[in-house]
Design a protein around this ligand. Structure first.
Ligand code: ADP
Ligand code: MG
Length: 366
């Protein structure tokens, strides 16, 4: 088993250019052994590039990759402690489920009996024992994905690399498979590095995650850290539904950092950051923390409030988004739990007050 503090992946100054395209720029990243780690970010950000660099399918333009303490930067895939689950299923169409799962072991020329017992155990683990003799074309998407997983896991690599493993599945199946992946990782105990652009998927499976965009590592943390306390404006924008206000630091007081939006001043906690007066910064607050105050309801001192012109309600089932515009024309959104009664109805163009707890605002210096 892995030592508690062992590092599985240590990447420093990692860059990759494809001709003039800088796909990855100076990434530093550390992943603990036995972690379920997610690389999350928008399409084109460099996630697949980073994963392929870890697996050895492409070579870095600069930087170093240590896997379990060993420099593998110049090693081919088969000399690395990694196994990859590719984005497309790519099963061998002329082989049964069991033959697909055993393929890598046959390549390694392991004894027949050992192959058979390892394949059996793997089929059991991924829930495919009953389908061992099926051909891939007779499997559902979710079953095909389990075969892929089995085929990679049976090789007993220390690090499993998964590139958008659930992207081809429909939403409901993706949710179920997410939990299966999480439980599978807990059972096998090896390090998973899972690439996705889907925030919900990332939050479901990740012990820790890194946000990757424009070839750079934006921020790392647990799902809860990044959701509750995003440091970077990009993270606040990408994770959850945040209202983001851009402004300028107009004062630093014992009460916090004053951020002038032009039509209002927000006073926000610095959370250990050190802004200077005059800096361009932004402030975020999640839409589910924002309330539209009813007529005659005055905000108390713990609330930050701003005047807004009410626009419309967007019914989302569990929640209803109340969209309004601020004095500078920007939209602001308050997401209330749907009540289905008149207490939550506001007139278009009405002058309303949007308010939220001061302590829940986050300051972003960049
Ligand atoms: P992601 O997986 O986050 O969507 P990628 O790592 O696939 O991002 O791509 C990062 C950037 O590198 C994109 O701009 C993409 O177009 C570019 N890119 C990826 N692979 C190649 C390639 N083989 N040749 C040229 N450009 C590439
Ligand atoms: Mg990709």
């Amino acid at each position: 088993m892995n030592q508690p503090n062992e590092i599985a992946v240590q990447v420093s100054g990692l860059s990759k250019n494809y001709g003039a395209v800088q796909a990855l720029r100076g990434v530093d990243l550390s992943i603990g052994a036995g972690e379920y780690f997610v690389l999350l970010g928008p399409s084109g950000g460099g996630k697949t590039t980073l994963l392929r660099l870890l697996g050895g399918f492409i070579r870095p333009s600069a930087g170093q990759i240590l896997l379990h303490g060993r420099d593998v930067s110049e090693q081919p895939p088969n000399r690395r402690p990694t196994s990859m689950v590719f984005q497309s299923f790519a099963l061998f169409p002329h082989m049964t489920v069991a033959q697909n799962v055993g393929y890598g072991l046959r390549l390694r020329r392991l004894p027949k009996a050992e192959i058979a017992s390892r394949v059996d155990a793997m089929l059991e683990l991924v829930g495919l024992s009953a389908l061992a003799g099926r051909m891939p074309h007779a499997l559902s998407g979710g079953q095909q994905q389990r075969v892929q997983l089995g085929r990679s896991l049976v090789l007993e690599a220390d690090i499993l690399l998964l590139d958008e493993p659930l992207a081809a599945l429909d939403a409901k199946l993706r949710k179920d498979m997410c939990l299966e992946l999480k439980h599978l990782q807990e059972q096998v105990g090896i390090t998973f590095v899972h690439v996705t652009h889907n925030q919900e998927e990332a939050m479901t499976v990740a012990d820790n995650m890194a946000i990757i965009a424009n070839g750079e590592l934006v921020e790392t943390g647990t799902a809860q850290d990044l959701y509750e306390n995003p440091r970077r404006r990009f993270t606040a924008d990408f994770i959850g539904e945040n209202n983001i206000f851009d402004g300028r630091v107009s004062g630093l007081t014992s009460g916090g950092v004053d951020v002038d939006l032009g039509f209002a001043i927000l006073t926000v906690d610095a959370h250990g950051q050190t802004p200077r007066v005059g800096d361009n910064v932004s402030v975020s607050v999640r839409s589910e923390l924002v309330r539209v105050l009813g007529r005659g309801e005055a905000p108390d001192a713990l609330l930050q409030s701003v005047p807004a012109t009410y626009g419309e309600a967007v019914y989302l089932g569990l929640a209803t988004s109340h969209v309004a515009s601020l004095a500078n024309g920007d939209a602001i959104v308050a997401r209330h739990i749907s009540r289905g009664d008149a207490s939550d109805v506001f007139e278009a163009e009405a002058q309303v007050t949007y308010a939220w707890p001061r302590a829940r605002m986050r300051l972003h210096l960049s």
